[in-house]
Design a binder for this molecule. Structure first.
Ligand code: DON
Length: 311
């Protein structure tokens, strides 16, 4: 087994160097419940296919997935509906716009969101998750998360879900726009409820790293060797993580870090280094593009020190 770092203390040292950058960022407050987190905390876990793991920083912080959940629902929607159905309705190109932008929905015909990692695309993807009702659909998403993390106790944070549901007027606007153009067919309030719950699924960095490791391991559960995601779908998800995973900072991130990764406004980042390991990071202070400011610094340092870049 090839370890990326010789010991947890080396990782602690990198966390200590990255942590001060949190002061330059700001915790997300557009969803009121998210603003209550201490932005200066930073923690990281690495999880390897052989089950070996390292955790460093501020202990076992629990985070909500927010946009990281978009990778999980993309995988599930592709398994539920197949590539043709999904990509007839959601595109495969980066936008260069902020994650919640509505602009391209109007300018690009036929109002098809450009990719599954921006909010418009992610909402369309969530509407593709099969199930008789909202309860069955969130259960299916949670069951998939339980398989990916090996942790059947994980659920969503009700306060955070409700807080987003009550305040996400812009996401509602995106949904109504897409409903008008036939990308979404269901009741918008039901979809908003499901999406808010999906974003509020919470876990620690180690579970996040385990999910990253399944994608790194081409969709197989590292512990059992059991296939959880078809390898083609794991490949598609990792590719979107490279091209769109850090929103309109994906290009710079590819140059400076060079690994598939997905961020969320809670300050989480899930990394997935093909064939090597999964990474989970939590640092709630964000940069102006909505990515964890200290988390990105930490990944830059890790990438330089351990030559992580795929490129
Ligand atoms: O749609 C939203 O507003 C959030 N629940 C998720 C957005 C998000 O995490 C964007 N990430 N950087």
């Amino acid at each position: 087994m090839k370890l990326l770092c010789e010991s947890a203390s080396e990782l602690e040292h990198l966390v200590a160097m990255a942590k001060p950058f949190a002061k330059e960022g700001k915790v997300a407050d557009y969803i009121p419940a998210l603003s209550k987190v201490d932005g200066e905390l930073l923690s990281v876990s690495l999880f390897y296919p052989d089950g070996c793991s390292y955790t460093a920083g501020d202990g076992n912080l629990i985070l909500t997935l927010q946009s990281i959940s978009k990778v999980i629902t993309l995988a599930l929607a592709l398994m539920d509906r197949g590539e043709d159905f999904v990509f007839e309705r959601v595109g495969q190109e980066p936008t260069g716009d902020p994650f919640n932008s509505i602009a391209k929905l109007e300018t690009i015909n036929p109002s098809k969101p450009l990719n599954p990692m921006i909010n418009a695309g992610a909402l369309a993807i969530t509407s593709m998750i099969r199930g008789q009702d909202g309860a069955e659909r969130i259960d299916r998403i949670l069951h998939f998360i339980h398989e990916l993390t090996g942790n059947p106790g994980l659920s969503y944070n009700k306060k955070v879900a409700l807080s987003e549901y009550d305040t996400s007027h812009l996401n509602r606007a995106l949904c109504y726009f897409m409903k008008q153009s036939g990308i979404i067919n269901e009741d918008v309030e039901e979809l908003m409820e499901l999406y808010s719950k999906q974003c509020a699924i919470e876990m620690d960095c180690l579970s996040l790293a385990k999910m990253g490791c399944v994608f790194a391991n081409d969709g197989k559960d590292p512990a059992s060797g059991h296939r959880l995601i078809p390898s083609d779908i794991a490949r598609i998800c990792k590719t979107f993580m490279v091209t769109c995973g850090m929103y309109n900072a994906s290009g710079e991130f590819a140059i400076k870090v060079g690994i598939p990764a997905k961020s969320g406004v809670s300050g989480g980042i899930m990394g997935s280094i093909p064939g090597k390991c999964g990474i989970g990071i939590f640092g709630a202070a964000l940069d102006e593009k909505g990515n964890s400011i200290a988390g990105i610094r930490l990944l830059e340092m890790m990438s330089r020190k351990y030559s992580l870049s795929m490129f």
